[in-house]
Design a protein around this ligand. Structure first.
Ligand code: GTP
Ligand code: MG
Length: 140
């Protein structure tokens, strides 16, 4: 059975959307293996976003992710990596499909696509890596 790392990003927590995101995950049928309100650190984010280091939006992204607490969780269920990405919708909330978390609850607030409410691991390799970063004591 697969596991994936999901974050409700600072914009989602600030806007009071944590419960709505959790509700959609539970309604979909995935199980919570871990769930915690966390403050990210610069070190943790450097690991988490290593693939984006050097990109033009990187510094703004890290600053945004440090702007408030995140709700970090590990989900479990068959094909939950793909399944949660599908629940989340496209990266850009302006054009994410209605019915998705980003499409229903997100929009452009002036930071382009940055404030898009949630993160979900994009592959089994990313999931294993990210679960280790956020929940060192857990098995991926
Ligand atoms: P995550 O699940 O958060 O990883 O989103 P994603 O996989 O759909 O997007 P990606 O990994 O490509 O980018 C990570 C995050 O960086 C996005 O979710 C956005 O918050 C932010 N981001 C991506 N591209 C841009 C961009 O062009 N400009 C800005 N400002 N932020 C971006
Ligand atoms: Mg990504």
């Amino acid at each position: 059975i697969e596991r994936t790392l999901v974050l409700v990003k600072p914009d989602g927590v600030r806007r009071g959307l944590t419960g709505e995101v959790l509700r959609r995950i539970e309604a979909k049928g995935y199980r919570f293996v871990a769930l915690e309100l966390r403050e990210a650190t610069a070190d943790l984010l450097a690991d988490h976003y290593a693939e984006h280091a050097g990109k033009p939006f990187y510094d703004a992204l890290v600053e945004f992710m440090l702007s408030g607490p995140v709700a970090a969780m590990v989900l479990e269920g068959e094909r939950c990596i793909e399944g949660f990405r599908s629940l989340a919708g496209a990266t850009d909330p302006t054009v994410a499909a209605p019915g998705t978390i980003r499409g229903d609850l997100g929009r452009d607030w002036g930071g382009s696509v940055q404030q898009n409410i949630v993160h979900g691991s994009d592959s089994p390799e990313s999931a294993a890596r990210e679960i280790k970063i956020w929940f060192a004591a857990l098995d991926a």
